[in-house]
Design a protein around this ligand. Structure first.
Ligand code: FAD
Length: 496
């Protein structure tokens, strides 16, 4: 366990050595790289002060009490603004996106991926409000998250896509066409009525808001896939159960039930039918790099504990003095570094496109608009109108072309699959080599091994991510369709 908080200088040096491309970026944007270093330093401090002393005991507790939730650890994270990391600075968020959030995830996951994933799943719930024509909710929902965070009260979010009979099928447009869906939204005056179930939803039992995707026409799921924002107090919404988990236990995965749950029109994110194309695909292009980072962090944690174990003398001999252990350590280090470069490259792709607009000067300058106007009913109604939603969509569409978004999706899928496989490889190899030996180090590696498996499953299984890489990059049969009102033909066909 680390004895003291790392200094900003140490963290900066480590970042620049792990990711040499940052040096080039630092020359042009020194404050940005300082912000990255400060965020990673905060994560390291949070780990050392709060997570490392508690994580093993929390993991043991949640094996028996799987519906327990460590609100104290979430509250401790509020001072570091972990709930605002990807919220735009327009509403006083930290204003990070791919790179900043991914670096934070790697650092947090090197200690406890379960705790880290509470913040990860929260960001997954925030993301649809950034990419899905949903600016109407920035001054209300995102503002609430930020203001409550400042007051020490966590407002958590979640994203619900998976259904009991459709997991892989709802993460890919070709498969969605023939998915066996159980959930459905029916158009009624003033909104929609949701019926059915979602399952395995991270943070689902503790979130105040959940972004929910489902079909409004089960015969045409791809064309009618739509995103809704559901508040936990909405009538007809409930959480029937929380799963017993093997790993990442601190972050609850819940089943969500919707029984005649009325969602008013203003809680539709974007337009009806936008849920998969471009909604979910843009979301995955942005969120799979951070999942690669989560996995890289798990691999790094296992590697660091294994290294500590190898350096300790056992009966007068240290494992690290053996040639085979040196080679294993070099192999682990290589794979972790490759996984890190993969997720950082994918994250940079998003930051340089969608991020450059969402977090750039145009959106930031919206802060200059007097608060009374930004938060007025007129502005809100504009963003809820067809014109306002089109404006939100246009912001994304002018920042990235369909081709670029498809490329971003392919690279994000690559990073996610590489990361997940690396986490499994490193943690299982470390565990095998330690055998029955090892004190505290072995407990952490065993936990990392259980935590790692999920990174091959969620955010699309690694099989699906490979298929996405093939379709979006090699075969060319998958394209992210963007709605560009200034150039309607640029959108392409989506699934071609
Ligand atoms: C702990 C946990 C947390 C999660 N959190 C969330 C969350 O917050 N929000 C959310 O929406 N979902 C969440 N998920 C769901 C997760 O994204 C799905 O589990 C995942 O997409 C796989 O779906 P499935 O479990 O139904 O498996 P299936 O889709 O049934 O797949 C089973 C196996 O078949 C393979 N397979 C399926 N179709 C194909 C194909 N066409 N070609 C090749 N192989 C195929 C899969 O790769 C997999 O190996 C979570 C899951 C878990 C376990």
């Amino acid at each position: 366990m680390r004895q003291s908080d790392p200094s900003l200088g140490e963290v900066r040096k480590r970042l620049l050595s792990d990711f040499p491309m940052l040096e080039e970026i630092r020359r042009r944007r020194p404050f940005y790289v300082e912000k990255l270093a400060r965020t990673v330093r905060d994560c390291a401090e949070y780990n050392r002060r709060y997570v490392l002393p508690a994580a093993l005991e929390l993991d043991r507790r949640m094996e028996k009490e799987h519906d327990y939730f460590a609100w104290d650890l979430v509250e401790a994270g509020l001072q570091y603004r972990f709930l605002s990391l990807i919220i735009p600075s327009t509403v006083d968020g930290v204003g990070g996106l791919g790179v900043l959030f991914s670096l934070a995830m790697e650092e947090l996951c090197s200690a406890c991926p379960g705790v880290a994933n509470i913040f990860g799943a929260h960001a997954l719930g925030v993301a649809p409000l950034l990419v899905a024509g949903a600016m109407a909710h920035w001054e209300s929902v995102l503002r609430e998250v930020v203001e409550e965070e400042k007051s020490g009260r966590p407002v958590l979010m979640a994203a619900a896509v998976t259904e009991p009979s459709a997991g892989t099928d709802v993460e890919e447009p070709h498969f969605l066409k023939s998915a066996r869906l159980s959930m459905h939204a029916k158009r009624v005056p003033g909104g929609y009525v949701l019926n059915g179930r979602k399952c395995f939803i991270s943070n689902g039992s503790v979130a105040t808001y959940t972004a929910v995707c489902c079909a409004t026409d089960r015969e045409r799921p791809l064309e009618s896939w739509t995103s809704f924002l559901v508040h936990r107090d909405m009538e007809g919404f409930s959480v029937p159960r929380v799963e017993e988990k093997m790993g990442q236990r601190a972050c609850p995965a819940a089943e969500l039930s919707f029984e005649d749950c009325f969602v008013p029109d203003e809680y539709v994110l974007g337009f009806e039918g936008d849920g998969m194309q471009p909604g979910t695909l843009l979301l995955l292009a942005s969120s799979r790099a951070p999942v690669g980072a989560i996995a890289t962090g798990i691999a790094r944690g296992a590697y660091e504990w294994f290294l500590k174990w190898a350096e300790k003398s056992k009966g007068g001999r240290r494992p690290i003095d053996e040639q085979r252990i040196k080679m294993v350590l070099a192999d682990m280090r290589t794979r972790i570094q490759l996984a890190r470069w993969a997720y950082l490259s994918a994250a940079l792709t998003i930051d340089n496109s969608v991020g450059s607009v969402l977090l750039g000067p145009a959106i930031r300058s919206m802060r200059l608009i007097p608060k009374g106007i930004r938060t007025s009913d007129v502005t809100r109604r504009f963003f809820l109108s067809t014109a306002g939603k089109t404006f939100s969509d246009a912001i994304v569409a002018v920042s990235i072309s369909s081709e670029e978004a498809s490329h971003a999706l392919a690279f994000a899928s690559l990073a996610k699959a590489v990361g997940g496989d690396t986490a499994m490889y490193v943690s299982s190899l470390a565990l095998e080599l330690m055998g029955v030996d090892g004190g505290e180090e072995r407990l952490w590696v065993e936990k990392a091994f259980r935590d790692a498996k999920l990174t091959q499953i969620y955010e699309g299984t690694n099989q699906l991510n490979r298929l996405t890489l093939f379709m979006a990059d090699i075969g060319g049969s998958l394209k992210v369709e963007l709605k560009n009102p200034f150039n309607p033909r640029a959108a392409g066909k989506g699934v071609v």
